[in-house]
Structure formats: structure tokens, C-alpha cells
Write a protein that binds this ligand. Structure first.
Ligand SMILES: *Cc1c(COP(=O)(O)O)cnc(C)c1O
Length: 366
């Protein structure tokens, strides 16, 4: 008998999160040059981070011997001003992943349950499982969240509903009006986590005003991140927006210094560089057109996406993925999501998108 055998069964049963393959690993395995490899596997910003953020990191380096501001005053102030919320409504996270886990830790325990959709972001079932609570997975509709069915799935022991909007990996979006109706119907004692990791990529007419719901729904937790459109995935910084009382609860399960000083400094600077953000969004929109037109040209079906990635149906995705890796193109197989015929491709620079399309054409014999 080892301590491992004594760990709770729900912990031992967790299947680890499958991250995208690092470039160095593919180079080693395939005998390729790292410089010749294109990684479109983790929804990272192909333009990197804003030069202003990089400069802020350099400045902040001088202070790394000190603990970060555990209350994140500067970053919360910048967010509060930009988003017109109070600092007391913001909870900072080590990536938004961290705030998703805080929500699970704050509300879930054995005997409770959480509702999420089939094909929704893999972190929800993982966080639920780690808490010992029961996950209730609701069948998707057209690859997206079926909100009326999710509403009906809420049980007497349900404490959280997770909604990814847009969703990863499918890229689907719930219309603001449908979400508003959902929020109005959810029991007041069930927390709703609205994960908006890809919010910045939404077209203006699709964004809706989710922040306006905060005043109306004290059970709402909106999460956003600096990992995607702001290009700071490696620094790990995200946040939750919610009622002050909810923020107070989440902060009780937050590690005191969960966001590093470098991450806080970079996020403040990244937020101030609107020109860089706009450029990233424009590159993404152009890349989306390039990829969808390319896929259509190859006769490859795809799920229309509102994020910085797209899922395409390639048949035996494991085999196609292997052949793409041999050609130095890393994308994400999503069989773990129950989608064994699809690959998720992050939108890259025009040259990277072209590399992917050319490799896919070759692999599919088109
Ligand atoms: C990438 C992603 C996140 C979180 O990423 P962090 O780097 O932890 O901020 C959250 N939700 C979804 C749906 C994502 O795709």
C-alpha cells in the first residue's frame, strides 16, 4: 500500500490534460529543424506579445526579488477603468484556468454537481472531477451549447454551470439573447461561469454586453484572459469579473501571490497597447478567411468558428495528425473531446496557415 493508493478515488481517476506538442519535442521525434516547424496547436497569438508588454517585463525584472502585489492593485485598476467595473469585482488568476479552478473549489465538493456541455473546454470536467463533485455533461447541439437542455439538466445538488463562449475546441457561440434568457432562468443559488477567453476576437455585433449582466446576476462569474488575443500565454494571467461578494468568496481559495509581478506588469502594458491588439485581431480575421477558403477548396468540412482556431473534419484525424507532424505542422487532435475525425487548427500568420493547408492537401492526396 502506498500513499498513492490512499489518494481519493476521484483524484486517481483524473485523466491528465493533453497539451499541444512543444516544437522541440516534434523536432526531436521527427528529426526536423525547429525553425521549419509550424505550431498551430494551442491557440497562441502568432504575433507574440505587444512590444510594450515586453518592455514592461524588462522593467519589472529589477523587482523580482520581491513578492508580487498579492492584491494586484495596478492591474485591477487598469481593468476596472477599461471595463467600467469596480476593483472589488475583479479576481486575478494565474491564467483564467486558475479562476475556473477557484470557482470549482469554492462551490464543489463530493455530493454536489456541475453542468457543462459535451465538447466544452476540457478544464471544466477536470476541475469538477478534482473537487469530487459529479459532472453532468449535456449533449451538444450543432457542436455548441444547448442552453435550454443545460437549464433542464440543473439538479438540486448543482452548484455551478460552466459555459464557454465562444467554446474551445468547437468555436461555437451562443447568441447574447439566448444567454440572457438562460441567466434569467437559472436558479439564483447556482453559479454561472461564463468563460470568455476568446471575447476579444468576436465581431462587434456578436459581443453582446455580458458585463451589463453582472449588476443583475450576483451568481454570474465572467472569466477572461491575457493568454489569447493579448499574447501572454506563457506568463499566466487571467481574471474573473463578478459581484463583490462573489469575488470575496473566490479570493478565499486564491493563493495569496498567484499572479507574478512580471505577469501583472505585462498585462497592464498590453492593455494600454490597443494598436497591437487591433493588429492581432485583424491578422486573425484575415487568417480565418484564408483557412476557411483553403479548407473549402480542399473539400474539407469545418465548424464555423468565432475564436482564433477552427475545427476541420479530416476523417482519421490521428493518422492525418501523424502525417502533418512528419511535415513539421503541429495541430491539435481532439479525440479526447469525443471528436476523433476532427483536428483543431489555431490561426497563425499567413505563411503558417499556408504551410498547414499545403501539408493537409498533400496528406489528403488533393
Ligand atoms: C485558453 C482557454 C482558457 C484559459 O486559458 P488561460 O491561459 O488559463 O487563461 C480558458 N477557457 C478557454 C475556453 C480556453 O480556450
Amino acid at each position: 500500500m502506498s500513499p498513492i493508493d490512499r489518494a481519493p478515488a476521484h483524484i486517481r481517476a483524473i485523466a491528465p490534460y493533453q497539451p499541444g506538442k512543444p516544437i522541440s519535442e516534434v523536432a526531436r521525434e521527427m528529426g526536423l529543424d525547429e525553425a521549419d516547424i509550424v505550431k498551430l496547436a494551442s491557440n497562441e497569438n502568432p504575433l507574440g506579445a505587444s512590444p510594450c508588454a515586453l518592455a514592461a517585463i524588462e522593467n519589472a525584472l529589477l523587482e523580482v526579488a520581491r513578492y508580487p502585489d498579492g492584491n494586484g492593485y495596478g492591474l485591477k485598476s487598469a481593468l476596472a477603468e477599461r471595463l467600467s467595473v469596480a476593483r472589488e469585482q475583479i479576481v486575478l488568476g494565474n491564467g483564467s484556468n486558475d479562476v475556473l479552478e477557484m470557482a470549482a473549489r469554492a462551490f464543489l465538493a463530493p455530493g454536489a454537481s456541475a453542468v457543462y456541455s459535451q465538447y466544452a473546454f476540457a478544464v471544466y470536467p477536470l476541475a469538477v472531477q478534482a473537487s469530487g463533485a459529479r459532472g453532468i455533461e449535456v449533449p451538444a447541439r450543432d457542436w455548441g451549447h444547448d442552453l435550454p437542455v443545460m437549464l433542464k439538466a440543473i439538479a438540486s445538488d448543482t452548484r455551478i454551470v460552466f459555459i464557454a463562449n465562444p467554446n474551445n475546441p468547437t468555436g461555437t457561440l451562443a447568441a447574447p439573447a439566448d444567454l440572457a434568457a438562460f441567466l434569467a432562468a437559472v436558479p439564483a443559488d447556482v453559479a454561472v461561469v461564463l468563460d470568455e477567453a476568446y471575447y476579444e476576437y468576436l465581431a462587434a455585433d456578436l459581443r453582446g454586453d455580458s458585463l451589463a449582466w453582472l449588476a443583475q446576476y450576483p451568481n454570474l462569474i465572467i472569466t477572461r484572459t491575457f493568454s489569447k488575443a493579448y499574447g501572454l500565454a506563457g506568463l499566466r494571467v487571467g481574471y474573473a469579473l463578478c459581484a463583490p461578494e462573489m469575488a470575496d468568496l473566490l479570493n478565499r481559495v486564491r493563493q495569496p501571490f498567484n499572479v507574478s509581478s512580471l505577469a501583472q506588469a505585462a498585462a497592464v502594458a498590453a492593455m494600454a497597447d490597443m494598436a497591437f491588439l487591433e493588429h492581432c485581431l485583424a491578422i486573425n480575421a484575415a487568417g480565418m478567411v484564408q483557412l476557411t477558403e483553403g479548407l473549402r477548396g480542399l473539400g474539407v468540412e469545418y465548424i464555423p468558428s468565432h475564436g482564433n482556431f477552427i475545427c476541420c473534419r479530416v476523417g482519421d484525424a490521428a493518422a492525418v495528425n501523424r502525417a502533418l507532424l512528419e511535415r513539421g505542422v503541429i495541430v491539435r487532435p481532439i479525440a479526447g473531446y469525443g471528436m476523433p475525425e476532427h483536428l483543431r487548427v489555431s490561426i497563425g500568420l499567413a505563411s503558417e496557415n499556408a504551410r498547414f493547408l499545403a501539408a493537409l492537401a498533400e496528406v489528403l492526396g488533393k
